[in-house]
Write a protein that binds this ligand. Sequence first.
Ligand SMILES: NC(=O)c1ccc[n+]([C@@H]2O[C@H](COP(=O)([O-])OP(=O)(O)OC[C@H]3O[C@@H](n4cnc5c(N)ncnc54)[C@H](OP(=O)(O)O)[C@@H]3O)[C@@H](O)[C@H]2O)c1
Length: 263
Amino acid sequence: MDLNLAEKVAIVGGGSKGLGRACAEELAREGAKVVICSRTEADLQKTASEIRESTGADVFVYAGDLDKYETIQDLVSETVNHFGQLDILVANSGGPPLARAATADEETWNITVQRSLLFFARIARESIPHMRAQGGGRIINILSSTVFQPIDNLALSGAARMGVVAYSKSLSEELGPDNILVNNVCPGAILTDRMLGNTTARANAQGISVEDALEARGQEAVLNRIGRPDEFSGLVAFLASDRASYITGTTMLIDGGMVRSVL
Ligand SMILES: NC(=O)c1ccc[n+]([C@@H]2O[C@H](COP(=O)([O-])OP(=O)(O)OC[C@H]3O[C@@H](n4cnc5c(N)ncnc54)[C@H](OP(=O)(O)O)[C@@H]3O)[C@@H](O)[C@H]2O)c1
């Protein structure tokens, strides 16, 4: 399927590694010009040159902390300065700190609210005027399966991201007339640095090996394994394309069947 993303410009947050990197690479392979943002400049530069080499795409990097509003403002304005437009926003960043519901402290809650709730509202608010001016756009929020089913040491992930689900439903209603489509994509367990770190913490808490913890996590999926980032990025690229022109206001899982709820 040709997703026909040539002439499109995409921002991908958290784009140096993991899911963000896979999304940036997939969009670039489909012809989009891509801006990747994360905190560590050296990782960004390395990823950008690897994506340029594998896809031939134009990749621009912006180093900054997406927990900070100023970074978000600069990222969007630098993108438009550099490429002249913004069509696709993949709103992705680091995940919230590990925490339990009963004991999460003030600092952990504050970081979580900045990173896993306000970030999505801020980056959309900065991007929308550019998309409106161009007659349309795509906002794809990367959330988590925790909005469907809790994970032991990630209690605040679901708490904050449920807010994004409600927020983005309202946003999709407000932006429909502008042809800006808004959707959420929720990974289950996809092998990245963060997923490995979280699983290691759970393995240590349970006194089991990381290999056993990874295998047990994979067995929670009906496909009986953990996913790969390239199994995640295809849906994001599809949602960014004209082939997904009648999909908005939805929240989709990519979890190999891990979440057992009927809806
Ligand atoms: N992988 C999974 O199975 C899974 C499951 C559920 C939810 N998620 C969610 O999906 C998102 C991406 O996770 P991932 O697994 O791809 O993680 P990852 O492999 O650790 O990659 C995270 C990326 O985000 C960047 N980043 C982290 N904090 C940032 C910040 N404050 N500002 C700017 N960039 C930042 C990192 O680079 P720097 O550190 O250099 O900034 C890196 O490029 C997270 O929100 C995570 O909670 C993932």
